[in-house]
Design a protein around this ligand. Sequence first.
Ligand SMILES: *Cc1c(COP(=O)(O)O)cnc(C)c1O
Length: 433
Amino acid sequence: MTADVTAGARHRAPSAPDAALPVPPTEGSVAEWTDRYTHALMDTFGAPQRVLVRGEGPYVWDADGKRYLDLLGGIAVNSLGHAHPTLTAAISAQLGTLGHVSNFFGSPTQIAFAERLLGLVGAPAGSRVFLTNSGTEANEAAFKLARRNGGQDRPRILALEGSFHGRSMGALALTSKAAYREPFEPLPGGVEFLPFGDTDALEAAFADGAGQQVAALFVEPIQGEAGVRPLPPGYLALARRLTADSGALLVLDEVQTGMGRTGAWFAHHLPQVGGGITPDVVTVAKGLGGGFPVGALIALGEPVASLLGRGQHGSTFGGNPVASAAGLATIAVIERDGLLGHVTDLGARLRERLSGASPLVAEVRGEGFLIAVELSSPVAGQVAQRALEAGFIVNPCTPTALRLAPPFVLTDEQAGTFVDFLAALPHDLGVQP
Ligand SMILES: *Cc1c(COP(=O)(O)O)cnc(C)c1O
């Protein structure tokens, strides 16, 4: 038996320019690309605000060559900024070694990544991970896991008003916004929405034995899409007590708040948010891969970690080595560069500076680099539009609130340019006749 020594050579990159490589388009204006976008892509998002061609650190450039400070970070995704050299190298190296295998096989990268996540969340013995490609898939898996907690005997699943858990049918059933849900009914049943932050309503949902019928309570430790809304102090502790007493699962959706976004690895680790609780399930995605699509369902301890058994869930791409390498590299850079501390310190300083920036600012909420600037009138759309023209990307997540979720590599000086922009806005914006 002889090894085929030429096998590798056949796949080596040709030395001449490879005609099959997609060349990054350098021709075409934002207007031209926007026109093509509207013909080629479904109109689910509306027309793009700009067509972007490249990024570096916290900056992106559009097809006209204009630069923007990306204070939204791809909606809490680009934690390392754009085109981070370590992340790029990790992804390329893994893709050049082993890019994909079926889930009939494992890979060291996938295994190390799952172990790393268990370590970061502080998981007790017996905890396990299911890897996905997005946040909605992580919550979809959590929904299925919840159904395995008691089955037909526990038909109730609780979520909160204002919640956002994703767009696939199960995650959508947990999402409170009627405009998102209603066009797609009937959705998976049994979901009840409790008034946000209302401890009496929470107690009532579990009272008189009703808790015995609850399979799970899904909560975002800080509601992201609803406008960076924190739960009142003590709410999660009460949720933990009621679920534990009745055998229901407490599922924390940390898709937006996890992986360092709030200055801790997970928002529920912050004493003022979590109050020291240990949930049963945590879902993550968004910042997990630093921009590469990856998500995870983390089940803490037994028996929760074994609720989804063999053959009961799956994913072709979930846990692929490239996504796992992206996750490992993102975590490693956050640790190496002390970015949790940076996010905590600069986040606090930025929130303070934003509070005093302009009479237009009524309140500033959030933790770390997940921030909402509540305005004194419903001009968030107008302010975001002006910001874009001035070279800042922010998100008007409600008519009165701007959301900032910048890359962790943002500097004090860069953040200050946005504070200066806000300060220079006309104070009577929106109230002029
Ligand atoms: C974004 C988000 C999701 C959905 O994640 P996708 O990756 O878009 O599917 C779920 N939950 C929360 C809290 C989110 O912010």
